[in-house]
Design a binder for this molecule. Structure first.
Ligand SMILES: [Zn+2]
Ligand SMILES: [Zn+2]
Length: 415
């Protein structure tokens, strides 16, 4: 596989060809199908606005594609290997010298140490400095060196399709309003009249259809680019890359799924307990809150498990405030019951192997210990729930065996 150094290098991508073809087609279509049909006062400023957007988009996209966002260490390594300069580039485009310093990690594909924030792109076959994502529309990687051109590329393209689409929308609407009015003769100032006189034949409907097709393309582009632009505004505000966002999002989803599973296990145990203790109302609320989708939203405020969690949390806070000064040594020896705080700890340290292999490898040992803590927390939750629902003397006599009994009951309940 050839290492990609810029967005114009072969093999070209079909999506990249569509990008550049659209960038040419939009102004040409505007000049022939929109500019002559607009009133003179609107025609000149709209055409200038469209061409300004095209020039800005072309410039930023060209810069974005031509700059190589390769990791600086890899660039130096390749330059040394080739006995000269890598890709005839000695200049580090927009990348400060500090990028070459700092913590490193080993890339098994490139075979060298690269910057910690660099990632290897399989499409470009190189490590990219502060990797954001690989853009198929530009056929190049977006990293630290060219991100400052990528963001205005998206912004100016969005401005282009907004201006172009707004003008076409006005033309199409005015066309069809005039068609719908069933006039046999039109005013000299009408859009249809201008279309017929420009093309020197009765081509009003054909022009309207052409403009409608381009309007549909514009609307699709506005939808996609609008979302992309807002997304990158958010990323810039949070000072993270697209890749980091995807990893973080994966972690959150993974943690939410695990929390739901843990809650489900607790619910089965609690339902079994409620049945044994003859508490039909509690059992009903537990079952209702456990109902998929509906229960999660409609019955959440009345969920006995969540109410118990709140109660336990406030009780443990009271204990911490009240008993801390009385018997500090005893507090040090016992394990506090704080399910909410423990789950938060796991959320920060969790790292899904499916989305972030290298991070998962680095944090595996740490995650294992947190996994154990989390499981212990689940058992403590169940024990605490059971203790609350039983008299004090029974609570003292029974212990972990409750869990085994309750689990067996739960299995019976579900079967
Ligand atoms: Zn690499
Ligand atoms: Zn790439």
């Amino acid at each position: 596989m050839v290492r990609r150094t810029n967005g114009f290098q072969k093999p070209l991508n079909a999506m990249q060809i569509v990008t550049w073809a659209l960038l040419l087609a939009l102004p040409i279509q505007f000049v022939f199908f929109a500019t002559p049909l607009l009133p003179l006062a609107a025609s000149i400023p709209c055409t200038i606005a469209v061409f300004l957007c095209v020039i800005c988009t072309g410039y930023f996209a060209y810069k974005c594609c031509s700059i190589d966002p390769i990791d600086e260490r890899l660039r130096c390594h390749l330059a040394t290997e080739s006995g000269g300069t890598y890709n005839n580039q000695n200049v580090t485009h927009g990348v400060h010298a500090e990028s070459n310093a700092g913590p490193t990690k080993f890339c098994w594909v490139c075979g060298i140490d690269v910057h910690e924030l660099s990632m290897h792109c399989k499409f470009c076959d190189k490590c990219v400095s502060r990797f954001d994502h690989h853009c198929h529309w530009l056929n190049t990687c977006i990293g630290e060196a060219n991100y400052e051109y990528f963001f205005p590329t998206v912004g100016s393209t969005l401005a282009l399709v907004l201006v172009h689409g707004s003008v076409l929308a006005w033309l199409v609407i005015s066309f069809f309003v005039q068609f719908a009015s069933n006039k046999t003769e039109y005013d000299d100032g009408s859009t249809l009249e201008r279309a017929n006189s420009w093309f020197d034949l009765n081509a009003g409907l054909a022009v309207a259809i052409t403009n409608s097709v381009f309007l549909a393309v514009n609307l699709a582009c506005i939808s996609l680019l609008g979302q992309l632009f807002l997304f990158h505004i958010r990323l810039r505000r949070e000072k993270i890359t697209t890749y980091a966002y995807i990893v973080r999002d994966g972690q959150r989803k993974h943690e939410a799924t695990r929390k739901n599973m843990q809650m489900g296990r607790q619910r089965i145990i609690a339902i079994g307990d409620a049945k044994k203790e003859g508490k039909p109302i509690r059992r009903f609320f537990l079952k209702a809150a456990g109902c998929p989708f509906v229960g999660e939203f409609a019955c959440r405020p009345c969920d006995p498990l969540r109410l118990d969690e709140k109660k336990n949390k406030s009780r443990s806070e009271e204990n911490q405030n009240g008993d801390h000064n009385v018997d500090e040594k005893e507090d040090d020896n016992k394990v506090p019951f704080e399910p909410e705080e423990q789950s938060n700890t796991v959320e920060l340290g969790e790292c899904p192997a499916s989305t972030c292999g290298h991070l998962a490898a680095n944090n595996q040992h740490e995650n294992d210990s947190r996994e154990e803590t989390h499981e212990t927390s689940a058992l403590q939750n169940a024990m605490e729930l059971r203790r609350q629902s039983l008299p004090d003397e029974e609570t003292n006599n029974k212990g972990v065996e409750f869990i085994a009994v309750s689990k067996n009951e739960a299995k019976d309940e579900t079967s």
